[in-house]
Design a protein around this ligand. Structure first.
Ligand SMILES: Cc1ncc(COP(=O)(O)O)c(C=O)c1O
Length: 359
């Protein structure tokens, strides 16, 4: 039996229908000309986000870093939440590639409040970097898929605009924020100058992200995509997979969120395991492992031996992510494995029957 893979929502394989769409894609050289499939994807993405234009790139790291690049010059600074992806998991590319500095602010469960940002804009002075940009991540990966409340974003954006700062959204999982709140993509996006969205996470495409924004900014982004090595030729082959994902896989994200609740309940029920953030709002569950049960790596190895793949993301922290390649039945099975394993490691030796959850 193939393992139940909850390491990430990036592990999905393209479905037969998606592969068919990719095989049939109309293509052209997108560097010297326009690739029609990529063009279709970009137009639909821009339309959904309520932006003038969008640009397809190979990864969310690139759309974020091109976003930072078009808003900031060397010696500029952006404000962001301490646990965000741009700051922690992109090799400090903003510094390596763009000469830009980040200033982090610790949010409450990954959520920033405008009052924390007021007063952080540096005055004009030869000694100081210039504050130019605010980056927000929604949903927030390291904060267990937390949705930044819409009102926080409205307030931060209003303050940023009146302060002359630009706004960039790392919306790798914006689709999940939409599924969790019912607030449409464009309603979130209108508070940002640029928005990065990923097709290769919850939507299940094999490759790619897009950066959306006003036409001139996206034209500028196109130059930097080329500079960073992200301009590609017959890109429609993979863009067609992303387009299929965008057209077909947004509505079902609610199922992933419901499945994440099954896993969260298993964590709540298990001695020695505790949720890092009490509320699980989307498709990510992060939990702490008490050292009495062993390390996160040891628990992950134990779960792997039972065909359940999870990710250790800290010495005592484990992450589970639901996605379109794991069914409700598999998530129930995963929850059962988690309960039994935690019970056994805690020394309870409970029988599977006692552990069977009452759904
Ligand atoms: C919130 C967030 N932003 C950006 C990225 C980067 O995406 P990619 O892996 O496509 O570079 C990720 C990847 O997991 C992410 O979780």
């Amino acid at each position: 039996m193939p393992p139940i893979d909850l390491r990430s929502d990036t592990v999905t394989r393209p479905s037969p229908e998606m592969r068919q769409a990719m095989a049939n894609a109309e293509v052209n050289d997108d560097v010297i000309d326009v690739d029609p499939s990529c063009d279709r994807l970009q137009k639909l993405t821009a339309e959904i986000l309520g932006k003038e234009a969008a640009l397809y790139m190979p990864s969310g790291t690139m759309t974020n870093q091109v976003g930072v690049r078009i808003h900031c010059k060397p010696g500029d600074e952006f404000l962001c939440e301490t646990g965000c992806h741009i700051y922690n998991y992109e090799q400090g590319a903003f510094a390596q590639l763009s000469g830009v500095v980040a200033r982090t602010v610790e949010g409450k469960a990954g959520v920033l409040h405008v009052d924390q940002l007021r007063g952080l804009i540096r005055p004009e002075n030869d000694h100081l970097v210039r504050t130019r940009l605010v980056c927000v991540e929604n949903t927030h990966n390291r904060a267990g898929g937390k949705v930044t409340p819409h009102e926080n974003i409205v307030a931060i954006s209003a303050w940023a605009r009146e302060s002359g700062l630009r706004m960039h959204l790392d919306g790798a999982r914006l689709w999940n924020a939409v599924a969790a709140t019912g607030i449409a993509e464009a309603e979130w996006a209108k508070h940002f100058d640029t928005v990065s969205v990923c097709f290769s996470k919850g939507l299940g495409a094999p490759v790619g992200s897009a950066l959306a924004g006003p036409k001139e900014m996206i034209q500028e982004a196109r130059r930097h995509r080329k500079l960073f090595g992200g301009a590609a030729r017959q890109i429609g082959i993979i863009a067609a997979g992303a387009l299929y994902a965008l057209q077909h896989n947004r509505q079902r994200l609610k199922d992933d969120h419901a499945n994440a609740q099954l896993l969260a309940d298993a964590v709540r029920d298990s001695d020695g395991l505790s949720l890092l953030f009490d509320a699980v709002e989307s498709n990510i569950v992060i939990f702490r492992v008490e050292p009495t049960l062993g390390s996160a790596a040891e628990l992950v190895a134990e779960l792997k031996s039972q065909n359940l793949l999870c990710l250790a993301i800290g010495p005592q922290q484990v992450r589970l992510v639901t996605h379109l390649d794991v069914s409700e039945a598999q998530c129930r099975q995963a929850a059962k494995i988690l309960r039994e394993t935690a019970g056994r490691l805690a020394g309870g030796h409970k029988s599977a029957k006692e552990l069977e959850p009452a759904y």
